[in-house]
Design a binder for this molecule. Structure first.
Ligand code: ATP
Ligand code: MG
Length: 401
């Protein structure tokens, strides 16, 4: 009897080479995540068989930890503890009793009888009993050996799943849902602009979930915004790293650009000009990193810089497509998502972002491109962008396990 974690993933619509690429990438991502986050990981392996992965070689005491890590990886549809036994009826019976005893001990319903049913799949047709026969047989053995259970075929508290496969029979009881989506990496590369607010981390998560290998870029105006503003972004990115083990954060020095804008550009175009400068720097950086797109947390109509006119004028300065996963979300929907992924509490900490200091009293809500370009005439755009790109440094996200 061997304990494994059974990992399910979506494969609808994946054919041929695409499917192999999807599987290889997901498998690598799972391994990386487990190696980064679970201690004692030397013997852990991810095996593939019949459209599933199996995590093997972990210590029983790390099972929960492994489940936690895996259930956050984009592409994973569900993960559950399973035991594998030989394709021999006695062994299946023994395994079924063991796993049901454990399941009953864990469930607390506040009533004396717990209901269950057995659900068998039998891809291995050489096994001597049919699925309905196994359901009945194993059900009877459980009733006899595990106290406090009764059968309910329609709405059971516990479903014992049996999968009789070539190499053995897998038994498992419950499934922890994963995020679904696509494995990070299969949709190409990009850069996400992370501000430390509520929105951009959610945008980063959504990019990852659609398979984009994103890295993060934060514009930091030290000492206008302090050390804590940066630490906050680092903390947010540590949370995001759970979904993408190779996620990296880069810090762009924005002080010179911001100071020049404040001194030399019209006040009502300040935020627009800052954003346009960010887009120019992000474009260079993203291209240098082999990326194809820029993600932001922009959302239609939230603030002056997020009207359609503003978004259009900002986008004009970018040399790559800008993707805005949150564009049509309500704030409450974004907040719910931020809570779900675990970035909300950090985002709510009260440290300032470079765009929130020196916000003019009356920013334009309907900027024009002509005026935005005119607003930049007193600053040396190319030189500022060049210097900022050259000053970009990676921030450390790793914690030792
Ligand atoms: P967020 O909650 O992400 O801050 P927001 O709705 O408050 O979003 P803004 O602060 O106006 O919007 O910023 C819009 C987008 O511009 C952000 O979502 C982010 O992608 C990007 N951005 C803003 N400030 C920075 C910064 N200092 N560094 C990197 N990106 C930034
Ligand atoms: Mg913000």
């Amino acid at each position: 009897m061997e304990k494994v974690l059974l990992i399910r993933y979506g494969e609808i619509g994946l054919k041929g080479q695409n499917r192999k690429y999807f599987e290889d990438t997901l498998r690598r991502n799972i391994l990386l995540a487990v190696r980064n986050q679970v201690s004692d990981n030397q013997d852990i392996q991810v095996l593939r068989s019949y459209g599933r992965f199996y995590l093997t070689g972990f210590d029983a005491e790390h099972q929960e930890e492994c489940m936690d890590v895996i259930s956050k990886i984009p592409g994973v549809v569900g993960v559950c503890p399973a035991i594998v036994v030989d394709n021999v009826v006695d062994a299946v019976e023994e395994g079924a009793v063991a796993i049901m005893k454990e399941a009953v001990a864990q469930i607390s319903l506040g009533r004396s009888t717990v209901t269950f049913k057995v659900s068998t799949k039998r891809p291995n047709k050489s096994f001597p009993f049919t699925s309905p026969e196994m359901n009945q047989r194993i059900g009877a053995v459980i009733l006899k050996n595990v106290p406090g259970l009764s059968v309910d075929l329609h709405n059971p508290d516990i479903i014992l799943n049996l999968e009789i496969r070539e190499k053995g029979t897998y038994l498992y009881v419950y499934d922890r849902p994963g995020p679904g989506g696509l494995p990070v990496g299969v949709s190409g590369r990009g850069t996400v602009l992370i501000s430390g607010g509520i929105d951009s981390p959610v945008s980063a998560y959504m990019a990852m979930k659609r398979g984009v290998d994103v890295n993060a870029l934060h514009f930091w105006s030290y000492p206008i915004t302090g050390q804590r503003a940066k630490d906050k972004v680092v903390d947010i990115c540590k949370v995001l790293r759970q979904f993408h083990p190779q996620f990296r954060l880069f810090i762009a020095p924005f002080t010179d650009i911001q100071t020049q804008i404040i001194e030399k550009c019209p006040e009502n175009y300040r935020v627009i000009t800052m954003r346009r400068m960010m887009m120019r720097v992000a474009t260079e950086f993203c291209k240098n990193e082999g990326g194809q797109v820029i993600f932001t947390g922009e959302n239609l109509g939230q603030v002056a810089s997020q009207t359609l006119e503003s978004l259009t004028v900002i986008e004009d300065a970018a040399g790559l497509p800008i993707l805005r996963p949150l564009i049509c979300f309500d704030k409450t929907e974004i907040i719910d998502k931020a809570k779900e992924i675990g970035t909300y509490d950090i985002s709510c900490l009260p440290y300032e972002d470079c765009c929130s200091v020196f916000v003019p009293k009356h920013p334009v809500t309907k900027p024009t491109l002509e005026r935005a370009i005119a607003a930049e005439k007193n600053i040396d755009v190319d030189l500022l962008v060049k210097e900022c790109v050259e000053g970009i440094r990676e921030a450390q996200l790793e914690d030792d396990i």
